[in-house]
Structure formats: C-alpha cells, structure tokens
Write a protein that binds this ligand. Structure first.
Ligand code: 13P
Ligand code: SF4
Length: 343
C-alpha cells in the first residue's frame, strides 16, 4: 500500500474523528512502520485502548489482554512490537522468550502493576499459608512469579472457581476483587487495609489488595445517573476495574474485547463506555450507525504514551527491548500458561 492509499484508507475510516492535517502525518508514519515491519519480520500487537489512527493502521492483531497474550505466545516473527503497556509486553516475553519484544514507550506503566511488589505477595503467603494466589495480569513479572495462576478481566471469576479452594488471595485490584467476590458469591477482606494479624481466623473467602486502576476508579454512579437522565435508551458498559456500585448500575460489564463484542451484537441507538476514552473512538469507527457516548476526561496516561512516532522509532532502533530474568520468567510463565489453559 502506498502512502496515498494508506491516507485514503485511514481517511475513509477516521475522517470524522481525526483532523485531516493529522491524518496526512499519521498516514506517512503508518506507511513507514508497515514497510519496516515487513523488512524486519516483525508483528505488531495493538491493545484496544490505542489511539484510533494507530489502532486502525499498523497492528496485525488488536484485542484485550487475554487475546493478545494468546497471540504473542504463538507469534513466529522475529520481533513482537507491543503497542500497549509494560506488563503486556512483559507477558509476551514471558510466553515467547526467544523473540525480541519491543515496547515503544519506556514509561508506559500501569497504576495497578505499580501497586504491588513481589515482597508484598511473599508476606501475604506467610500470613495465609497454603492459600492459593491469583494475580491479575496487570502486574509485573516478579509478582506473577510469586503466584499460582494469573487471570484477566475476561476470566477472573472462572480462574478463581477453577481452583476449587474455599479461600483465595486475589491481587492487586480492589475493585476487580470486589466484583469477582460478588460473581462467585465469596466474602472479601482486605488485610493490608484492616491490619489483620497472621493468626486471625480467616472468615472471608477472597483476600484482596488495595490496588486501583487510576482510570476506572474515577467513574461514579452519578456519571451513570446523569447520562441516563439525558438518554433513557442508552446502554451502559463498564470495565470490571470500575467499582462494584458502578458495575451494578451498568447494563453490561466485561473486558475491553467483551465490550466491543457487546456493542456489535446488540442493536441500541447509543452506548456509554465506562473505560479508556480512545476505545470509544475505535468502536465508533467500526459502528458508524451507533452513537458512542464517552466521558473523555478519563484517559489512561500510560496507554497514551504509545504513539505512531514512537512505534516507528521503536522498530528503527529496536527499543525498548523487554528483558525478564530467566528464573523469574519460568515461574511467571507457569502462572500465565495455567491461566491460558483454562480458556
Ligand atoms: P483488558 O484485559 O480488558 O483488555 O483490560 C486491560 C486494561 O488495562 C484495562 O484497563
Ligand atoms: Fe493500567 Fe488502568 Fe491504564 Fe489499564 S487503564 S493500563 S489498568 S492504568
């Protein structure tokens, strides 16, 4: 595809959401990235939160954390460029260690991944001996290495139930844990918040941590009430990293890909997405006859670090290469592969 053809393709999809002058610049960058991608035998994975011009031009695969982990595990190209955040690129490296895995922006982190350390998990294990540990994939490799099994937002309840254990440690997202507790009918406690002693008899069946997604914690039931007051026919979709009150007041909760599917498979005139704002643009482009309402004050600063310009530099300079110490990787891989095996 020439630069002109790239511009035409992007213009036909994104003409309503991206200014024309920006489209010309981005089409040129996308063209160069796609050329280099072929030359270097690379594959580009794009999370659903990528900005619309990137999302609709360079990824070979788009999806949620679980879907992209599966694809990363089977990628045959020499280089995997992960347009997402660090924990996602790390998961790709954990599952496919022979490949070079590149993250285009070194500083693309995540407030959930930053909320817990491997030492925190070891202390919880000492406090609750014999209790299995589930960690959300939004954690770093050394934390994954300390756990029994990982989960994502699309399989969290299934993973907890697969353990068949009465008590489970579920880390680090407080709200996802509360939502899973509701879904699985388990009680929940937060020892880090309440200072539960090691010898306290465990009354609860899910033991949580106080991590939060800095994006999803901002949505409130007032936001929902305001939108419903204006649009009585709106369908409201929330990510399970939102509070249980917000999830309960919504019509649907699911992973980023599950939300996309729900919009595609239902037939309402308008939807409100309680998640990263760029995803609303991406769904709007794919569903031009449905109106996507968005609360665009809420952006993920980490996902927004990933730009077309940085992705081009990433491929040119082969930066920023993800490394995970082998001993950590092997232990983390066990937890991620156990999750993938559940399906
Ligand atoms: P998904 O697993 O639903 O793609 O979500 C990842 C994420 O970071 C949500 O904030
Ligand atoms: Fe992390 Fe929240 Fe950003 Fe997702 S949206 S990457 S959970 S900070």
């Amino acid at each position: 595809m020439s630069v002109e053809e790239m511009y035409e393709t992007m213009q036909s999809k994104l003409g309503d959401v991206v200014p024309d002058v920006e489209l010309h610049i981005k089409a040129e960058l996308a063209y160069q990235i796609n050329q280099l991608k072929k030359e270097k035998n690379a594959v580009i994975l794009g999370h659903n939160y990528m900005e619309p011009a990137l999302y609709h031009s360079i990824p070979d695969h788009v999806g949620d954390s679980l879907g992209l982990s599966r694809i990363a595990a089977q990628a045959e190209q020499d280089i995997i460029v992960f347009c997402g955040v660090r924990f996602m690129a790390e998961t790709a490296k954990i599952l496919n260690p022979e490949k070079t895995v590149l993250l285009p922006a070194e500083e693309a982190g995540c407030s959930l991944a930053a909320s817990i350390t491997a030492e925190d998990v070891r202390k919880l294990r000492e406090q609750f001996p014999g209790v299995p540990v589930v960690t959300y994939v939004n954690t770093y490799a050394d934390v994954k290495a300390e756990c029994d099994i990982c989960c994502t937002s699309s399989n969290a309840a299934a993973v907890v139930e697969s353990l068949g254990a009465e008590t489970v440690i579920f880390l680090p997202d407080e709200y996802l844990a509360r939502n899973v507790a509701q879904e699985t009918g388990k009680h929940i406690i937060f020892p880090a918040l309440t200072g539960l002693e090691a010898d306290t008899e465990i009354e609860a069946q899910l033991i949580g941590w106080n991590g939060r997604c800095e994006v999803h914690e901002q949505f409130t039931t007032q936001d929902i009430a305001d939108i419903r007051a204006q649009f009585s026919d709106v369908i409201i979709l929330a990510h399970p990293e939102c509070s249980p009150q917000v999830v309960a007041a919504s019509d649907f909760a699911g992973s980023t890909s599950a939300m996309i599917r729900h919009v595609e498979e239902t037939d309402a005139p308008r939807y409100l997405l309680l998640t990263e704002c760029a995803m609303g643009d991406n769904i709007a482009v794919a569903n031009p006859h449905k109106e996507m309402l968005r609360l665009c004050r809420v952006r993920c600063p980490h996902m927004n670090e990933i730009t077309l310009k940085d992705t081009l530099a990433s491929l040119q300079k082969e930066q920023y290469s993800i490394d995970v110490p082998e001993e950590t990787r092997v232990r983390a891989a066990r937890a991620v592969e156990r999750m993938i095996a559940i399906g």
